[in-house]
Structure formats: C-alpha cells, structure tokens
Design a protein around this ligand. Structure first.
Ligand code: ZN
Ligand code: FE
Length: 255
C-alpha cells in the first residue's frame, strides 16, 4: 500500500492512500484543490485525517465537506478543529474506512498533535520531518523529545509521511551538525537530485531517519559533541537540554 503525496500551498504535502473501489484516505488537506483534482474517474475520498490544528493542514476541509457532506473527518480532541466528526486519542486503535491505525500522541509542535501508524506507514504531520522535526510552538523540549522517542521505536521499514517538503534545508543543518555522517551525506546527495527533478523527497523510511536525522540521533557521539561544542560544555548536559540546544541551533540556522 503506497502512500502518495499531493503538493499543496507552498511546501505542504497532503497524503493520500489508495483504497478499494477508488476510495482514498486524505491526510492533512490544507487546501481542497489538489484533493478535488485527484477525485476524478470515479475516485473519491473515503475519509479525512488531521494531525493538528494548523491552517495549512486543515484549511481545505470546509470545501471538501461542501462537496462531500458525509465525509468523515478524524482529528485530535482540540476545539480549534471544529469540523471534526470523530476525535482521536493516543493509544487508541481506530478503524478508518478500510484501514486500521494506531494513534500516537506527539505533543510538542502543538499540544494536541497526533501521528497515525499502520500498514507500514507513519503519518507524522509536523512532528517528524525527513532530516528534521517540527518547531516547538506549544510544547516543551521534553515533550517533543518524548514524542520523537515514541516514533523512533516503530519498525525501521516504516514509511515516514510528513507534512512538508523541508528536506533540502533540513539536510544543510543536519550536515552542519554531523559532517562526518556518511549515510547523511548520501541521503543529502539523493535529496539534491530529487529536488532538481522537482520530485518529492518523501516518504523516507524510519531506518533512514534514524541514521541521518540529528533530532533522532540526540545520543549519537558526534551529535553530543557538536551540540556540546556550541554550548561550550563538551556535551555534559542532559538529554533534554541537549535536544533543546539542538532545536534552538536549528531555529537560528541560516537566519
Ligand atoms: Zn504545523
Ligand atoms: Fe505545517
């Protein structure tokens, strides 16, 4: 079962998953346009899943409901997503149309952000990106680190389907942190080639992220050293402080 990204807005991806009878799952439709365009030749959405309340992930839902008033909309329990028809909670197993997913609470980017895992796929929204992670708008570094730890325990072959095409700029930062990481250098070259051809760099696999993404490599000796060198403490700080320092470094990177 291969998830397909639909490019939306400036750098968002709306994920779709092809099901039986031309019915497909839609994740984070920040804009209705690409979904309406995909709904042709008898194909139509079976359900919508939302990972968090940000407009670039939910903005297309009203127009989709106008076209398909019965379309179920699954979302986290957050009053900022009023158009939800069903609420999802972490730890829950949920049947959505023909698919079963495990719901994972991943606070940090926002306080009610969820991820969905099933069928070898992770819909990670703005929590885990390829080679990066989301900004901390509503959560603490400790919450975000715990969320990423939760995702890191999924099977290595899991396809990581994230909410944005940020991989190229994430690669530049990852290389600044770990210039000697050979897997990262190869991934970065692949990302360059893909972007030159205007191809999406995602989905990646969790195994690739574990090998290359500095935010999942907070305990790797080179990451400890690099963050420690910047902080001038030689890496003596604890894991959460190190994660916070890495995230702060990225926030100021290239700005
Ligand atoms: Zn967001
Ligand atoms: Fe976003």
């Amino acid at each position: 079962m291969q998830p397909t990204p639909l490019a939306a807005l400036s750098d968002n991806y709306i994920w779709t998953l092809e099901g039986e009878g031309g019915r497909f799952l839609v994740v984070d439709p920040g804009d209705a346009g690409p979904v309406l365009a995909a709904a042709r030749d008898g194909r139509e959405p079976a359900a919508v899943v939302l990972t968090h309340h940000h407009h670039d992930h939910i903005g297309g839902v009203p127009a989709l409901l106008e076209r398909w008033p019965e379309l179920p909309v699954y979302a986290p329990d957050d009053e900022r997503i009023p158009m939800a028809t069903a609420r999802l909670r972490g730890g829950q197993s949920v049947d959505i149309a023909q698919w079963r997913f495990e719901v994972i609470d991943v606070p940090g980017h926002t306080r009610s952000h969820i991820a969905l895992h099933g069928h070898g796929i992770l819909f990670s929204g703005d929590t885990l990106f390829s080679l990066g992670c989301g900004r901390l708008f509503e959560g603490t570094p400790s919450q975000m680190l715990e969320s990423l730890d939760r995702l890191a325990r999924l099977p290595a072959a899991t396809l990581v389907c994230c909410g944005h095409e940020y991989t190229r700029s994430n690669a530049a930062f990852a290389l600044a942190v770990e210039p000697g990481n050979q897997a990262l250098r190869e991934r970065s070259e692949e990302v360059e080639r893909m972007r030159e051809q205007d191809r999406p760099t995602v989905p990646s696999t969790l195994g690739s992220e574990l090998a290359c993404n500095p935010f999942l490599r907070i305990d790797a000796p080179d990451v400890v050293r690099a963050v420690g060198a910047r902080a001038g403490d030689g890496g003596a700080v604890d894991r959460v402080a190190r994660f916070a320092a890495l995230r702060a470094w990225k926030d100021g990177f290239g700005a």
